[in-house]
Design a protein around this ligand. Structure first.
Ligand code: VGL
Ligand code: ZN
Length: 203
């Protein structure tokens, strides 16, 4: 069984949001067109409390983009984003939500970030995703969304480690590119780990 996974297509990650992915909005029509092709549509939401440890604003004297140690893990500091219940945390109004059967929330623990849809960054706590996929008999994942070099990248790596046949739909993702070639490098690494990089027309 196949599933379409839609990672973090939330207002704060889109142009005009607090942590915008350049051209992030361009992928939304691609995702909308893919959704009816899949029996299972699963979306994730980055869902942070206001006191989240990844927010530079919660570390006086530190700036966005700085790397700190947060409870023993390296942590890049981000602008405040996807604060649970805020408009920035909502799905884009352009995303078709009618076919999404399941939403996975991540990043709710203020003490640890959660880029992957499967685990927190310390790999201590699992989200509901792996169990949900097992129950539904889903073995193949088609991954889309934001950001290609952060949450999509970590999600694909974990999916491969957990044994899913994992496809990355390259025209249905965009990277934030803190460094100019981050997305290119992430694509290369995902490919080397066994992800199949395909374009939406090939589905
Ligand atoms: C993300 C940075 C911080 C993402 C989430 O969804 O890629 N990036 N939190
Ligand atoms: Zn986040």
């Amino acid at each position: 069984m196949d599933a379409l996974l839609i990672v973090d297509v939330q207002n704060d990650f889109l142009p005009g949001g607090s942590l915008p992915v350049p051209e992030g909005d361009k992928i939304i029509p691609v995702i909308n067109a893919l959704q009816p092709r899949f029996k299972h549509n699963i979306a994730t939401k980055d869902w942070h409390p206001a006191n989240h440890g990844s927010f530079a604003s919660n570390h006086p004297g530190h700036q966005v983009g700085e790397v700190i140690t947060l409870n023993g893990l390296e942590q890049i500091l981000w602008p405040d984003h996807c604060v649970k219940g805020s408009p920035g945390a909502e799905f884009s109004p352009l995303l078709n939500q009618g076919l999404i059967q399941k939403v996975i929330f991540k990043g709710s623990d203020p003490a640890v970030d959660s880029y992957s849809a499967f685990f927190d960054n310390g790999r201590r706590i699992q989200t509901e995703l792996h169990n949900y996929l097992r129950i539904k008999g889903i073995k193949r994942l088609y991954v889309t969304g934001l950001a290609a070099d952060v949450c999509v990248y970590f999600t694909v790596k974990d999916a491969l480690e957990l044994g899913y046949e994992t496809f990355l739909i390259t025209d249905a993702t965009k990277g934030v590119n803190l460094q100019p070639d981050d997305t290119e490098k992430a694509f290369e690494d995902m490919k080397n780990r066994g992800a199949k990089l395909i374009r939406s027309e090939e589905i």
